[in-house]
Design a protein around this ligand. Structure first.
Ligand code: CTP
Length: 405
């Protein structure tokens, strides 16, 4: 299974003769399981038609910053947030210059400016243009901005000259793209993740639960797989497909979840508790459906609740415990409460998020978090709003960084 499975790649196509190769880049990325959307510069449309890339990608091609039709399908900020990676192939000398200088004068440069995730460019131009001092300065500037360069390659060029400047071969572009996701940061590590809500039965047809979608936990499982870890995902009821190569164990209640966690925890290097475990369960769940008339009073139905086990606190108490990471979903005093949880539950790291903000809360695809860990005096970092997938990749990087050697 490829590390590109389900990855969202925004393919930027700029104006140059190699633009025709973008169709093949798109196809090969799709072969590896990626979901690809295309943004073309105006100059690119002189070399390959938007219709070709639209037919191949199965989605409208985005061309203009101020196109009300495509903006209403997915606006430029949304596109920037949607992408796990922006890959510009081919990238012309002119486009690289504009990118290096932070221009935002067309759709593709604007998306790149707004992007929070990684950007890679595959240059393609005449060898003289590539060797030009101005281009080389731009290359250095792009690298300093953290933008990855794929190529260029050496060889015969469309203009008949030979030299450095050809678009890297398509296989090479796809391999390097996959390599960006396969970080190897957690190679050899076993990671156990809880995700989703739990359901606490009242009777065979009713339960107490919460709005957790499981998206953040599933994204973390995928990011840990990309980082080379062996991943076990213990999930409460969700409608999500588990990421490939993850061992999934589905559970219903907090008690089930705790049993599953404890049976998997041995040999585990990292535990990440993302599940929104129901804090309370009914003292007793009855075997038959409760009928309306059976309530002790005809109007008041009373259910006595008892606290559920604190799964993560139990893990953190184990003698040989894994690096233990918790989530703190709060609606006020987010960082203060999260710090308290770090102490009280004896965690190594806590990820705080503000669930009062609907745009980044339980059911949304985006999140904004603060990560707090033990040890360093300067032990807090705020990550800006990004997709739950990008956030997951950043969290995995931070865990890998703080994990004791
Ligand atoms: N957690 C857990 N078991 C529980 C409750 C929570 O493992 N019974 C874990 C969650 O997976 C999360 C962390 O503890 O990593 C914090 O969860 P949260 O619901 O925010 O904290 P609570 O302990 O329930 O505190 P409160 O609801 O009072 O804020």
């Amino acid at each position: 299974m490829s590390t590109l499975t389900n990855k969202r790649i925004l393919l930027g196509v700029t104006g140059g003769i190699a633009a025709y190769k973008s169709a093949e880049v798109l196809r090969r990325l799709q072969d590896q399981g990626a979901d690809v959307r295309v943004v073309m510069t105006r100059a690119a449309t002189e070399f390959i038609t938007p219709l070709t890339l639209q037919a191949l990608s199965g989605h409208p091609v985005h061309l203009d910053l101020l196109d009300t039709e495509t903006e209403s399908v997915m606006g430029h900020i949304e596109l920037a947030r949607w992408a796990d990676l922006i890959l510009i192939a081919p990238a012309s000398a002119n486009f690289m210059a504009r990118l290096a200088q932070g221009h935002g004068d067309d759709l593709l440069t604007t998306i790149c400016l707004a992007a929070l995730g990684p950007i890679a460019v595959a240059p393609a131009m005449n060898q003289g243009m590539w060797a030009n001092a101005a281009t080389q300065e731009n290359v250095t500037a792009l690298e300093q901005q953290g933008i990855k360069l794929f190529g260029p390659d050496q060889g015969l060029q469309a203009c008949g000259e030979t030299g450095l400047g050809r678009l890297l071969d398509i296989e090479g572009i796809v391999d390097l793209t996959a390599g960006l996701f396969a970080t190897g940061l957690l190679t050899g590590k076993k990671v156990l993740i809880t995700a989703g809500p739990t359901q606490e039965a009242i009777d065979p047809v009713r339960y107490i639960s919460n709005h957790s979608s499981g998206k953040q936990g599933y994204s973390l499982a995928a990011a840990a797989i990309d980082a080379g870890a062996e991943v076990v995902l213990i999930s409460g009821p969700t409608s999500l497909e588990p990421p490939d190569r993850v061992k999934i164990r589905r559970v219903i209640s907090a008690d089930d979840m705790q049993r599953a966690v404890m049976s998997e925890i041995a040999e585990c290097d990292i535990f990440i508790g993302v599940a929104a475990v129901a804090d309370f369960k009914p003292v007793q769940s009855v075997d038959q459906k409760i009928k309306k008339g059976e309530a002790p009073s005809n109007q008041v139905m009373r259910i006595d609740l008892i606290e559920n086990p604190d799964i993560i606190a139990g893990v953190a108490q184990l003698d040989s415990r894994p690096f233990t990471v918790g989530f703190a979903a709060e609606t006020e005093n987010v960082v203060t409460y999260a710090r308290r949880k770090l102490e009280k539950k004896n965690l190594d790291m806590v990820i705080a998020n503000d669930v009062s903000d609907q745009s980044i809360g339980f059911n949304s695809d985006e999140n904004r978090i603060t990560v707090i860990w033990r040890g360093d005096p300067d032990n807090e970092i705020q990550l800006p709003v990004a997709s739950k997938r990008n956030i997951a990749a950043r969290i995995i990087e931070l865990i890998a960084e703080k994990l004791p050697a």
